[in-house]
Design a protein around this ligand. Sequence first.
Ligand code: BES
Ligand code: MN
Ligand code: ZN
Length: 496
Amino acid sequence: MAFSIKFNTKPNPKSDTLIFLINEGNKLSTGAKKADKKYALSATLKNNAQFTGKSGQTLALNNAKSKIILLGTGDAAQSDGLAFETMAGKLFTHLKSAGTAHVTINMDGIKTASGLKKEDAAAHFGMGLQLAAYNFEHYKSKKDKTAKTLKSVTITSEKDNDAKKLHKAYMAIADGVCLARDLVNEPPNMLYPKSYVQRIKDELKPLGVDITILGEKQMEKLGFGALLAVGQGSACESQVAIMRWDGDTKTKKAPIALVGKGVTFDTGGISLKPGPNMDQMKMDMGGSAAVVGTIKALAGRKAKVNAIGIVGLVENMPSSNAYRPGDVITSHAGKTIEVLNTDAEGRLVLADILTYVQQKYKPEVIIDLATLTGAIMVALGLEYCGAFANDNDLWKQIEKSSHNTGEKFWRMPLDEAYRKEMESDVADLKNLGTSYGGSCSAAGFLEHFIDDGVKWAHIDIAGTAWWKTDKPTTPKGGTGFGVRALDDLIQNNFEK
Ligand code: BES
Ligand code: MN
Ligand code: ZN
């Protein structure tokens, strides 16, 4: 991030721009009231009927000594953490186009939704700015200068030290989100299984995460016949990365396991995808990115939890040694699978790492994330991901975290009928169901690899890992979807 975020009881005297918050209906916030006389805020509001204090609305004053921007907060009584992030995101767009360098946001006596402390609102505001400021221009020869004019942000808060502390944890989460975005945005010639592994080491080792890598030789010994089949047509060696964050050294509690599909590029293989938009399939590692980002967030904020992240990294390519439709392969679980479509590869990758993580780490709960099916976009569009859970309490936890973080999850069904649909005439299972309800049959396939009694949720993020339009705190491109909800879920239910 190019700019610093500081919390203080007083405005930064170096600021060239002051921001005052105005509640819906043009009610001045405490800070705005105090400054009203000096800067004639009420008078300005009267002369600008189009500004009503709606959330994220901005009004720049040009009749004052310093630059002033009024920022609408919407209904103060409804302003929760997410609302403060969103208004910060909208403000960032304004600051960027105005070329502001040093800014103080006056949050004195700010009104918030019940349950949200003022200092927490200030910390969320800072996080909103940080998430909105994300950009991916690594491969641009000419960098966007307007993105870098902002140098310092000071947010006033009566309890500035508390705000600082909260913000530090939120920064760790935002760093996790931004890493996940980066990974998804990287082009597939740069991010392939081995370079991905290196990136994971570079990002997570310094934070104290223990990392184990499985290469093809080890996977052959372990019998990862399903994952290896997917990668066998590619010149890139398949990899599995296991990330272990042991933040809770006292209890011997079973860890929570996060499992991610990391297909660094999905051509479909011999069942080749159509040409148009195939470039988008660089995002087929979005599930793994969410896992890596979440582990980064947990380690970054030193979460008191034991978590395992495991990602299957492969490239799905057609070639003379690619796997074919008709092949029968043997998974790590010992179940044989008839391949009917090489483009239904994600479930094969997940099958082996789901088995491995259960055998090796005996997790209490498993959550897998994958850009698994185009069908989930048919069902839910791009707004909601699909969540399949075999445990009602786990679903309730997911639903709560979805609400807390604004990452939208919708429950989808698991059913005996979907599991049956995936049984094959020639092998134990097949990787393709009927043409209806493809997301549900894919989940049914995965359920064959979940041991009895293990709480498990499968999250299909094919529609939410990549967005084509900007949102206030999520610029278009890789979204980092999943990191915030998973972090929140762990914080609320698994941390000491
Ligand atoms: N990676 C795709 C799913 C996908 C589609 C992700 C669009 C993001 C955007 C997955 O591997 C795939 O190809 N699924 C097939 C399954 C089918 C062959 C049963 C699909 O959805 O068409
Ligand atoms: Mn595919
Ligand atoms: Zn895929």
